[in-house]
Structure formats: C-alpha cells, structure tokens
Design a protein around this ligand. Structure first.
Ligand SMILES: Cc1cc2nc3c(=O)[nH]c(=O)nc-3n(C[C@H](O)[C@H](O)[C@H](O)COP(=O)(O)OP(=O)(O)OC[C@H]3O[C@@H](n4cnc5c(N)ncnc54)[C@H](O)[C@@H]3O)c2cc1C
Length: 392
C-alpha cells in the first residue's frame, strides 16, 4: 500500500472507480514518466499523451449520462487528477478548465446547450476552456471590462483576456464578460457567454512561463466578435459571476489535486533518493536532518491529500463548498511548494540539475498558489465563510 492508497481513500471509491484510478496510475508510470523530461524541456505539446487521455475517457469524467458514459464521483476525479499531475502537472492542467466548463453546463446550461456541447466534450473531440482573467486583473472579477452588447439577435463582444490555458486547442470558450454596464452591484451585470471560435476572436501569443510547459496559455482578443443571443449560459444574462464562483469550487479542487500530485512526485523521488544516496558511510535518510525532512514531507502530503478528499466529498454532498475547496487549494499548494523545495534539498546538487525531475516540481508548484484564485483570495473566501457559518 502506498501513501495514495490509504484505507480512507480505498473505502470511498467504488471498485470501478478504484480501477479507473489504477488505470491512470499505470498510464502515468508506463507512458508519461519515460517521456516527460524531454517534452518538458523542449516545451512540446503532448499530442500523443492527450490522445491517450481521450481514449481513457479522462475528458469525460465529469460528464454523466446521457451525455457521457464514464462519470465518476468528485473524490475519484480528484485522485485521477492527482495521478496525472504526479506524472506531469501539464497533463492535469490540460483537462482542468475543460472539466469546469462541463460542470457549468451541467449545473446551469439549458438542455440545448448541454446537447450541443457535452457529448463531444465527453470524448475530448471538443475541448473547452474558461476565460476570466484580463490584463488589468484576475482577482477582482466583479470589475472586469470585457463587454458584450446586444445587437439584434447577437451579442457583440469586445475586450481582451490573458493567461487562457488550452486556448489554441479549445473550440469552446466559457467567456466571462459584462453584459450590463449599469447593473448594481457590478457583478450582477456579468454573464458567461459560450463562445465558439469564429470571426472577431483572435488567439494571441503563447505566454512564456516558468513551468507548466507543453500546454499553451495565451492572450485572447475580442474585436466585434459575434455570438448568438442564446449563447448566454442558462439563457438569462446577469448570473455569470455567481455561476462561475460555483464552477470555481470544482476548479479549486482540481488545482488542489494538481498540487498534491506534484507534492507526491517530489516526495516519492526524495524518499527513493534518500535510500540510494550515501554519505558518511550510510544512506542519507539516516542522517536525522534528512529523515526529518522526509517525515515532514510525508506528513504534509498526507494532510493535503485528506483535505482534498474532504473538499471533494463536500462538493458531492451538494452543500456549498467554497470554504472546503479554498482550504484544500490553499493548504495543498503551499505544501507542494515546501515539499518541492525540500526534495531539492534531499537531492543536493542533483536537485538543481535539469536531468532530474525535482527541478520541474519546483517550477510547477508555484502555479497552484496563483491559479484559480490566488491563495490570498482563498484566505479572503475562507475567512468570510468562517464568519458566515459561525465557525467550523
Ligand atoms: C500559467 C497560468 C495559467 C492560467 N490559466 C488561466 C485560464 O485558463 N483562465 C483564466 O481565466 N485565467 C488563467 N490564469 C490567470 C490566473 O487565474 C490569475 O493570474 C490569478 O487569478 C491572479 O490574477 P492576476 O494575475 O491578475 O493577479 P492580481 O489580481 O493582479 O493580483 C496581484 C496580487 O495581489 C493580490 N490581491 C489582489 N486582490 C487581493 C485582495 N482582495 N486581497 C488580498 N490580496 C489580493 C493577489 O493575491 C496577488 O498576490 C492563469 C495564470 C497562469 C499563471
């Protein structure tokens, strides 16, 4: 039994779900681990691995019948995400926004919108991403400036988005924009427009990044881009902010799972290395300083993993889970940062070598403290909810 196969994990998944996680674990060990370093350092889009993920049904994990056929619980979805990130965080990122858009369509979409998008999204034939962040800010979404104005049977969209991951390879963009400039408070004038690629929508350059290589994060320009009136998620404008906040609950669980995946990979590599490497006549783990690092890393990972599963269970219970998802994302991403830097310590000079994987974990971990709402924003959400709920 490994750290990811704790009894708590095993008992909450059905046998089918356990086998899905095992298949993905096997895929990561056999197909991803041997090629990841080359793909990472050449910043190559992992075409073949993504195709395999489609065949494994990974893009449809959040999509139930009648639209898809491998729908799983959120704990299972989180564990699959963790496994992918254990192999390469970029692979988990390639399906993250896609899943949030699927959840948004399921929760708020009209039947026509679900029928139009979900069956193709379930197979990965159609990929989706979400566009929230703008050059002037990603935290203060209530004051975003991309706007859509009604013109006959269309919305005409103008504005600019940035950091939109998978933008080049997604044909559906869940675009957060202002559809009523006079609404008060301002967030009540925001809608999600289900935007298909077409005239007026341009993908800008791939933004250069510290890590998260292989998948593209791009600028997006909207210049009199027209979408039909029925592109508003759910049909009625003005609900986009609240809809997106709900969608971000699963988004933050996904980011927490990416963090635990990176943390697990860093911990595993450090544990193995500490038993092989010797100094002063013994394996380095037997030096108390190194043993203590491993003890702390294992403890932090296990706590993050349990908090992740707790948030995932809360989401499935149907209860509001912004507090739980925020805690999981906050704790897991900070733990991943610490575990990644400690994995470098354990590896000594080799930890700084690009011929070892630990340097990648160290570059990938910081994304999770920023993405899907920074950790400062998570703390704001958590504090507000602690007060609103009268404590824990
Ligand atoms: C690789 C990558 C991929 C991404 N992919 C996507 C994507 O697919 N779609 C998408 O929409 N976005 C994406 N993002 C954007 C990401 O969600 C934003 O970067 C993030 O939400 C922060 O927004 P910002 O960068 O504008 O920072 P800002 O909002 O400018 O914040 C700057 C700093 O101020 C702090 N701050 C701001 N307001 C507060 C406050 N009220 N209280 C306390 N502190 C505050 C922040 O925590 C941060 O430290 C991606 C980002 C990266 C780096």
């Amino acid at each position: 039994m490994t750290l990811t196969e704790t009894p708590a994990t095993a008992c909450e998944l059905s046998p089918e779900e356990q086998s899905i996680v095992e298949v993905v674990r096997d895929f990561v060990d056999r197909e991803v681990k041997p090629v990841v370093r080359d793909l990472e350092h050449s910043n190559t889009y992992p075409e073949e691995l993504i195709e395999q993920m489609k065949r494994l049904g990974i893009f449809g994990l959040a999509i139930p019948e009648p639209y898809g056929d491998v729908h799983v619980s959120t704990p299972c979805y989180a564990l699959v995400t963790e496994e992918l990130a254990r192999g390469w965080m970029s692979l988990a990122g390639a399906m993250g926004g896609h899943t949030v858009v699927a959840k948004l369509l399921l929760a708020f979409g009209t039947e026509e919108q679900r029928q139009k998008y979900l069956p193709r999204m379930a197979t990965g034939a159609l990929r989706a991403t979400m566009a929230l962040t703008e050059p002037r800010g990603g935290s203060d979404l209530a004051h975003l400036s991309t706007s859509a104005v009604r013109d006959g049977d269309d919305w005409v969209i103008n504005g600019e988005k940035t950091w939109i991951t998978n933008a080049r390879r997604s044909d559906l963009i869940a675009l957060l924009c202002r559809t009523d400039s006079t609404a008060m408070p301002p967030h009540t004038g925001i809608s999600i427009l289900l935007t298909d690629k077409g005239p007026g929508l341009t993908i800008g350059k791939d933004l250069p990044k510290l890590g998260y290589k292989g998948v593209e994060s791009c600028e997006l320009f909207l210049d009199n881009c027209r979408v039909p009136a029925d592109a508003v998620l759910g049909g009625a404008p003005g609900h986009g902010f609240a809809q997106m906040m709900k969608g971000l609950e699963v988004g933050r669980i996904q980011v927490a799972a990416r963090a635990t995946g990176v943390a697990k990979a860093a911990f595993d590599d450090a544990l193995a290395y500490a038993q092989q490497r010797e100094s002063f006549g013994k394996p380095i783990w037997q030096h108390q300083s190194v043993g203590n690092l491993l003890a702390d890393m294992g403890t932090q990972y296990s706590a993050a993993h349990q908090l992740l599963l707790y948030a995932a269970r809360t989401l499935d219970s149907g209860r509001r889970c912004d507090l739980e998802a925020g805690m999981a994302k906050l704790f897991a991403s900070e733990a991943a940062m610490e575990i990644a830097v400690n994995a470098i310590r354990v590896h000594g000079g080799y930890g700084y070598s690009t011929e070892f994987d630990v340097e990648r974990y160290f570059r990938d971990a910081p994304l999770m403290i920023v993405g899907e709402g920074t950790n400062e924003i998570q703390r704001n959400v958590i504090a507000r909810q602690l007060v609103a709920r009268g404590g824990l």
